[in-house]
Design a protein around this ligand. Structure first.
Ligand SMILES: NC(=O)c1ccc[n+]([C@@H]2O[C@H](COP(=O)([O-])OP(=O)(O)OC[C@H]3O[C@@H](n4cnc5c(N)ncnc54)[C@H](O)[C@@H]3O)[C@@H](O)[C@H]2O)c1
Length: 334
């Protein structure tokens, strides 16, 4: 029997998840959607057959015909909806970040611990990207030696106006924070942030540069620039004592055309991380079928947001700032 899934929030991400759930995710069936904008709900529902459109999000969560929920609505809705899913005993894949505040991250963990079941996964899809996974395998093989630096570049072509300098860190750089934690298997102890001058293409935010120090002294740098115009460009290089590994350009082909040799740059994240979004859903559904949990847990969501919160303080103060992580609950030990 398939896992019957409801999608809450049918904008750019929700619609893309709905599309992937219909045809690209074995064992999944899109059965319900919710979006305050009926046209968006209808467009997402149209990917499936006989998909119910719930005018109220909680009704979708309580729908007895829904086994699991994907939350792709705006950040402030993530924690309340994720907690409602946990209280209904339903697995939930919540887009990143886990919550809009650390207090809400803690409430999600509290709800999961009270229910004694790992039900929440955070949509840090880079953990399923073939490039980062190959990087992790190389690191584990020992061929590049122990890591010293992890350099990350995160450039969007354009971004919505509501993304201010704080959200460049709290909404975008959390991806780098999570993937660095995943690769290095360490937490961060301190962060420094330097803001570049405003691009003339974006009046309401500055590009940010983060320097994160891990508990074992590995330095992670992140350039976060959301108005790069030329495309969506994510780069990463891991430098070890004996060698370095970089993500290859995606797609992994190059062209020679009109006196130029090079490769195409994706317009946005859906094309660049198409494999990662597809595999994230496949593994989420397979894990539900077998009662396991995969991907970023609520603890990972909290740790990424707590590190981002320290980065926001560092940006405001201009000083190197300690990352204050709570002790990891035993519930999230593995
Ligand atoms: N994993 C990634 O790479 C990635 C990429 C982009 C966005 N995101 C995350 O996905 C989420 C959605 O981003 P998006 O780019 O699709 O935004 P969007 O604005 O395109 O879509 C959001 C949708 O949510 C709906 N909505 C608004 N209020 C709602 C509510 N209270 N309840 C339910 N739905 C509501 C809106 O009508 C809209 O259709 C954000 O949290 C964002 O951080 C993740």
């Amino acid at each position: 029997m398939s896992v019957r899934i409801g999608v809450i929030g049918c904008g750019v991400m929700g619609a893309d998840h709905a599309r992937l759930l219909c045809g690209k995710t074995p064992g999944a069936e899109l059965v319900a959607v919710h979006d305050p904008d009926p046209a968006r709900a209808a467009a997402a529902a149209a990917f499936g057959r006989d998909v119910r459109s719930h005018p109220i999000a909680i009704d979708l969560i309580k729908d007895h015909g829904v086994d699991a929920v994907l939350v792709a609505s705006p950040d402030p809705t993530h924690a309340p909806l994720t907690i409602a899913c946990i209280e209904a005993g339903k697995p939930v894949l919540c887009e990143k970040p886990l919550a809009a505040s650390l207090e809400e991250c803690r409430e999600v963990m509290k709800a999961e611990i009270a229910g004694k079941r790992r039900l929440a996964q955070v949509g840090f899809m880079r953990r399923f990207d073939p490039g980062y996974l190959a990087m992790k395998r190389e690191l584990r093989s020992g061929r590049i030696g122990d890591p010293l630096f992890f350099h990350c570049v995160h450039r969007n072509a354009v971004a919505p106006d509501y993304i201010d300098s704080d959200l460049v860190i709290a909404n975008s750089s959390v991806h780098e924070i999570d993937i660095a934690r995943f690769l290095l298997e360490e937490e961060f102890k301190a962060v420094t942030v330097v803001s570049a001058r405003r691009s003339r293409k974006a009046a309401n935010r500055q590009p940010q540069f983060l320097i994160l120090e891990s508990s074992n002294g590995i330095v992670v740098t992140v350039e976060a620039f959301l108005d790069a115009q030329y495309g969506y460009d994510v780069q990463a290089e891991l430098v070890g004592e004996e060698g370095a590994i970089s993500l290859a350009p995606s797609p992994p082909v190059s062209s020679r055309l009109a006196h130029r040799a090079g490769f195409d740059v994706a317009q946005d994240w859906r094309a660049r991380f198409a494999d990662a979004y597809r595999d994230q859903l496949r593994e989420w559904v397979a894990a539900i079928e077998t009662g396991r949990s995969v991907g970023s847990s609520a603890w990972d969501g909290y740790a990424a947001s707590a590190t981002a919160a320290a980065a926001l303080q560092a940006r405001a103060s201009g000083a190197k700032t300690p990352v204050a992580l709570e002790e990891r609950p035993a519930f999230y030990a593995s």
